[in-house]
Design a protein around this ligand. Sequence first.
Ligand SMILES: *[C@@H]1O[C@H](CO)[C@@H](O)[C@H](O)[C@H]1NC(C)=O
Ligand SMILES: *[C@@H]1O[C@H](CO)[C@@H](O)[C@H](O)[C@H]1NC(C)=O
Ligand SMILES: *[C@@H]1O[C@H](CO)[C@@H](O)[C@H](O)[C@H]1NC(C)=O
Length: 438
Amino acid sequence: MEKVGLTTATSTAAASARTRERMSRRKNLAGLCAIAAVCIVVLYASQRYTANNYSTEYFRPRERTANQRILNSHNKYYGSRSYGGSSGTSYDSYPSVHNSSISIEDVLNYQRVLIEASFDERSFAGEKLKDLTPETDGRPRRSIIITTWRSGSTFLGDILNALPGNYYHYEPLLDFDIVQIRGPPNDSVALHNLRHLLRCNYNEMENYLDFGRTHNYLFSHNTRLWQQCLRFPQFCYDPKFLGPFCQLFPLQSMKVVRLRAALVEPLLEDESLNVRVVLLIRDPRGSLQSRRHRVWCPEHPDCYDPVTVCDDMQRDYEAAIHLSERFPKRFLVIRYEDLSLDTYGKTKEILDFYGLPFHPEVKAFLDTHTTQDIGGVSSTYRDSKSAPFHWTKELSFDYVQKVQESCVAAMRSWGYRNATSERELYDDFNPLLKYRFS
Ligand SMILES: *[C@@H]1O[C@H](CO)[C@@H](O)[C@H](O)[C@H]1NC(C)=O
Ligand SMILES: *[C@@H]1O[C@H](CO)[C@@H](O)[C@H](O)[C@H]1NC(C)=O
Ligand SMILES: *[C@@H]1O[C@H](CO)[C@@H](O)[C@H](O)[C@H]1NC(C)=O
């Protein structure tokens, strides 16, 4: 429009129009700069609070003595996005009371109301809330996901955390560094910590809590807890708060990447715990490819050496045969690839295993998750389906062969097909075969 005006204007008018144009460009530029600056500040702030979503199964451990190591652990962070925390816990609606006069009891009462409001007996096969919450001597549903690094457990953990009334013990063995726990002597400390957390007992967990004080991601995945921690940091790491807070929740879920499957047997044996275990498996070529991009992994053989990784997988297979025979109703295996190809179907199967219906909040989470990354239409859904298979495009055939040589037994057991040529690999390779326990 301005240009059209210029053609008919006098030269003075033209000059002043040009000046105006320049000024308005300058204004636009200044506006853009201001917007960019605001974005940077917001991004920076949100990253400080959230750490990076699906990329951080890790922390850099502090120096600590063997003694200190005895009492705990954790892992990762969380995102401030609303999924998984959408269970009616908008803390903006927190009653306006003077912060200084708020007690632990007030926060507990508030959370209790939130849980009651979101609780629906139909969601728990007709069970009453008081029969499920530890604070009323009820028996909560307890779930443990056993898996290893970069195998889709953050995704599966967040699916379960979308259930109203879930309290999420996120990666409680973080303290153990990048290692696998396969047996004595370290298993006893690990199991001590898992039992304590599953029972909402935060005593004798000093190291775990100390770790959390300096690493937000320890609690931030636990969205319902984290919302109160952001508001009342003075209570966040206090066992006198955490214990009773945890005991308000009818669902207790946990995911662990550092404990091999055979070691959960004592937890399954403990009838009073009433725990169910999902073993989450992923193609070693996929998990190893994904680990290449993590600075914390390659120096640790438990994470990065194909022989070690696949020995663990094969041992998990043997444990799975045994555990599924012994606890057919309380032990389930899921492959990450199957979960990704049929997210809704597999999620229903997992919820069924817990005796829970496919809750609308879970559906909402899946709807969001499978469409958010690309911000687009159905293409995102396809993208989430292809995520577990990126390795076929990114690994060299030499490396694929190296993994296949190291993983003969594990790949046979878990139903992963060899790629026999570079051409086959790059041409929409389907690595999945049927697998079974016998
Ligand atoms: C596990 O136990 C071994 C043997 O005592 C010890 O050397 C190692 O540091 C322990 N690992 C962890 C992660 O605590
Ligand atoms: C409440 O008070 C504590 C300590 O006095 C402070 O750290 C926290 O940020 C306050 N919370 C809010 C929401 O003002
Ligand atoms: C897969 O490839 C490896 C390495 O070449 C080989 O040792 C193994 O026998 C193959 N497995 C099957 C089932 O063909």
